[in-house]
Design a protein around this ligand. Structure first.
Ligand SMILES: Nc1ncnc2c1ncn2[C@@H]1O[C@H](COP(=O)(O)OP(=O)(O)O)[C@@H](O)[C@H]1O
Ligand SMILES: N[C@@H](CCOP(=O)(O)O)C(=O)O
Length: 339
């Protein structure tokens, strides 16, 4: 018999030039309150929060439990070893570019780790998470916390085969593919304590898979260098105090994903072109949050005025939205036992 809570923060990935590299965890978290029985029993899942009317609570259909069952299968178990009651409380908007699927995948791996007493470290759990989210930016930020850059190591031919099954194969068709080990490495960057993340969240959904499908397979050398230059500068400039807002703003520009996704997020380009330090005191810059449609602005003051400016531009494009002013979740994902 045990009682514990899993907490996993939302994330804003890419931060402009850091496509599939950079991610920021946000102090806006989903929680899973778990009670286990002393012996075998049913799995009872309940859910409250975003999209509650469409999220299935059948363990075989819910992403959190599907991921947990995948991890158990990889460790020789066909089902949860004891009875489980799990209540998910999820404010992270689904399909909006705030890492909801990243957080759900992490929650599922942590659930399996605790219920089956697998003893996996966060680094070891990341190997399982990366089987579901093949880009490390959002999941590494949500798991480890803060402003985080990460990469996947080169895979052998054998290891590449492990990545062949799709999410559906792994989650719905119960394919058994043990993840390669030590898949990713990460680094956490300093964060200016005055810096806040303003997220403006449109009402409409944009599936990450759809937003990735519009991207080109190849890029020009000029565009690659454009992003490389800015990514390095951005990761250094964000931690400076006082911050050089003009440097952060230029460093948040991107050529690899935002230009191709702009048509999917009406108002994005105007927001990015408007949110300049010379126009709006306190703002450092803005970008698409993850695969969108949420837009992220970084600022050290004047938060409400900046947010209202972004909301106004979306409204002008016929899009209703809400905003949050958040700080990074520096601790990342966590498990807390109450008994
Ligand atoms: N807490 C959750 N419980 C169940 N499924 C979830 C949860 N969070 C995300 N999902 C699944 O992930 C999908 C959204 O993933 P994705 O398109 O990558 O958008 P996001 O930018 O929110 O990560 C949802 O439609 C749902 O299928
Ligand atoms: N680098 C990815 C990040 C997706 O983040 P999400 O929160 O939208 O799932 C991408 O831009 O496709």
């Amino acid at each position: 018999m045990a009682k514990f809570q899993i907490s996993v923060p939302a994330s804003s990935a890419n931060i402009g030039p850091g496509f599939d590299v950079l991610g920021l965890s946000l102090d806006y978290s989903m929680t899973v309150d778990v009670e286990t029985s002393s012996g075998p029993g049913d799995f009872v899942l309940t859910y409250e929060g975003d999209s509650a009317d469409s999220v299935s609570t059948k363990p075989s259909e819910n992403m959190v439990t599907q991921v947990a069952l995948y991890v158990l299968r990889c460790n020789g178990m066909e089902d949860f070893p004891v009875g489980v009651r799990a209540h998910v409380k999820n404010p992270i908007p689904l399909g909006r570019g705030m890492g909801s699927s990243a957080s759900a995948a992490i929650a599922g791996v942590m659930l399996a780790n605790e219920v089956a007493k697998l003893g996996l470290s966060k680094d070891e759990m990341m190997d399982y998470v990366l089987m579901l989210e093949r880009h490390p930016d959002n999941v590494m930020a949500a798991m480890m916390g803060g402003l985080v850059a990460s990469f996947l190591r080169e895979l052998s031919e054998e290891e590449r085969k492990a990545f062949e099954p799709s999410d559906d194969d792994l989650l719905k068709h119960r394919a058994l593919t043990i993840p390669p080990k030590k898949l990713a490495s990460y680094f956490r960057f300093p964060w200016n304590p005055d810096m806040k993340a303003i997220v403006v969240i449109p009402e409409f959904h944009l599936a990450t898979s759809k937003a990735r499908s519009v991207l080109p397979q190849t890029y020009s050398r000029a565009d690659a260098i454009f992003n490389l230059q800015r990514l390095v500068m951005l990761t250094a400039a964000i931690g400076q105090s006082p911050v050089q807002a003009d440097v952060v703003c230029e460093a948040m520009q991107d050529k690899l994903h935002q230009p191709y996704r702009a048509s999917l997020v009406p108002g994005l380009t105007e927001i990015i072109n408007t949110l300049k330090p010379e126009n709006l005191p306190g703002v450092c810059g803005s970008c698409l949050s993850g695969a969108g449609p949420t837009v992220l602005a970084l600022a050290t003051a004047n938060f409400e005025k900046i947010a209202e400016t972004m909301v106004g531009i979306f409204k002008k494009n016929g899009i209703n939205c809400r905003y949050l002013v958040l700080s990074p979740a520096f601790g990342g994902a966590s498990v807390t036992y109450s008994s």
